[in-house]
Design a protein around this ligand. Structure first.
Ligand code: HEM
Length: 90
């Protein structure tokens, strides 16, 4: 999120676009629950989150958080103040 992580496993969920900006409101919760029901290819790695892990309310809260973050992108080209953390971790 906002380049605070190295995005080596999954995509940055805010840059260049946040999923709430390109996935329809009804699709994102389904994607979090069962990614392969939305996009499926052999090597896709995103795990799905069953109701025993994330309730519908939890997913609604995750989507609300993502929506909030979409309005708080770091400007293009700026490095996150926390980038040095991921440098240390590499
Ligand atoms: C609630 C937590 C999470 C949310 C909201 C989330 C959301 C997303 C979204 C929206 C995409 C992009 C979909 C697209 O544009 O095609 C994505 C892709 C991806 N995510 Fe997640 N993700 C979460 C947790 C995780 C976890 C725990 C992992 C890995 C252990 C992960 C790994 C990936 C990977 C590898 C991709 C690239 C597509 C693929 O290979 O399946 N995500 N995620």
């Amino acid at each position: 999120m906002n380049r605070q992580g190295p995005s080596q496993v999954g995509p940055d969920l805010n840059l260049p676009l946040n999923p709430t900006e390109y996935l329809r409101e009804s699709i994102l919760p389904r994607y979090i629950r069962d990614p392969k029901s939305i996009r499926a290819w052999e090597s896709s790695k995103m795990p799905g989150f069953g109701p025993e892990t994330l309730s519908d309310e939890d997913i609604a809260n995750v989507v609300a958080y993502l929506k909030e973050m979409a309005a708080e992108k770091i400007p293009h080209g700026l490095i996150s103040p926390f980038a040095w953390v991921s440098e240390l971790m590499n």
